[in-house]
Write a protein that binds this ligand. Structure first.
Ligand code: ASP
Length: 329
């Protein structure tokens, strides 16, 4: 017995040292939730989506491995997903009812409690960079529409014609939905309105969490409509213990203040962030709010619950375990 104790103490001590030295890092991404089913997703499209998710995951994770900040990791991953036409953010954003694009994005620095957000922009190639500039280069948290565009005029950001964001697929989705609306069958197409939004949450070597979300919103949304993604606390939130990015039917996520609710519930009840996220996503479904979230805690524990048939998602957890998945189990 004594011998075992003698051995156990140095081993624990060693384990303690390595746990401190290891400084967990983690990165989790989503590319939207919704009615994504094997029967409707072609093999080529699935492969293309997986490839772009993996590239964004690899680049963001490398940044963390190199000692970069969680803010830089989420910014890099989101920028790459915005540039991919397969997601509803940046290039490939959905059309609103007026046949144009209005992009929303937000970012939050969980360590310092800073945040930046923009809504309703249509000429900034990477909306997440503008949201970050609002956080770092203005005294404000959120700028919208013409004011956000004017703020971008003073920055060194890539600008584009609004038509840059167009894709044939998104146009067809709009037309289909508008035809359904005219024939009174809009509800049948409601689920396709929300998927493809992108989000990222990261934990860096300093133990800082950051969360970011970028979206074109919902297909056929009314001109001027803003969803949950750029609303701090609803679609995007991070503090020192918890980071969340959401995707789904924004109106429900705003009313339930989903991202903050998850972090607050974990803090106040002592439940894990993972448990709190699962509960909140389940409760959303009960009130008709379809979608999902990605979340991380300060130890780099990943959770990715959703209440829809699928959610594009990718993660590297604190043990280095990689997940890339689309469908439910
Ligand atoms: N939550 C986004 C919105 O309501 C849409 C999405 O996540 O797909 O604007």
């Amino acid at each position: 017995m004594k011998q075992v104790m003698k051995l156990a103490i140095p081993m624990l001590w060693l384990a303690g040292i390595s746990a401190v030295d290891a400084k967990p890092i983690a990165l989790v991404l989503h590319g939207g939730a919704g009615v994504i089913e094997r029967s409707t997703l072609s093999t080529e499209k699935e492969a293309a989506i997986r490839k772009d998710l993996e590239a964004a995951l690899t680049a963001g994770y490398q940044k963390l491995k190199d000692g970069g900040t969680s803010l830089d990791a989420v910014t890099l991953s989101i920028t790459m997903l915005e540039d991919s036409p397969h997601f509803n953010a940046g290039k490939g954003a959905v059309f609103n009812a007026a046949g144009s694009h209005e992009l929303d994005a937000a970012i939050m620095d969980g360590f310092k409690g800073r945040a930046g957000a923009i809504a309703g922009v249509s000429t900034v190639r990477n909306p997440i960079l503008l949201a970050r500039a609002v956080m770092e280069q203005s005294p404000h948290v959120m700028l919208v529409g013409a004011g956000a565009e004017a703020f971008a005029d003073g920055l060194d950001l890539k600008r584009v014609e609004p038509s840059y964001f167009d894709t044939q697929e998104r146009l067809q989705q709009l037309e289909k939905m508008q035809r359904a609306e005219e024939s009174g069958a809009a509800a049948a197409y409601a689920p396709v309105r929300y998927f493809g939004t992108v989000g990222a949450v990261a934990l860096d070597q300093n133990g800082s969490l950051a969360a970011a979300t970028s979206t074109g919103g919902m297909t056929n949304k009314r001109f001027g409509r803003v969803g949950d993604s750029p609303i701090i606390g609803a679609g995007t939130f991070a503090d020192r213990r918890c980071g969340v990015s959401a995707t789904g039917h924004g109106e429900f996520f705003i009313r339930s203040v989903v991202a903050h609710e998850i972090c607050a519930r974990a803090r106040y009840t002592g439940r894990s962030v993972g448990k709190a996220a699962q509960e909140v996503v389940r409760e959303l479904k009960a009130i008709g709010g379809e979608g999902g979230v990605i979340a991380l805690d300060a130890k780099g524990r990943v959770t990715m619950p959703f209440n829809t048939p699928g959610m594009y998602r990718a993660a590297v957890d604190s043990n280095g375990k990689i997940t890339i998945a689309i469908f439910g189990s």
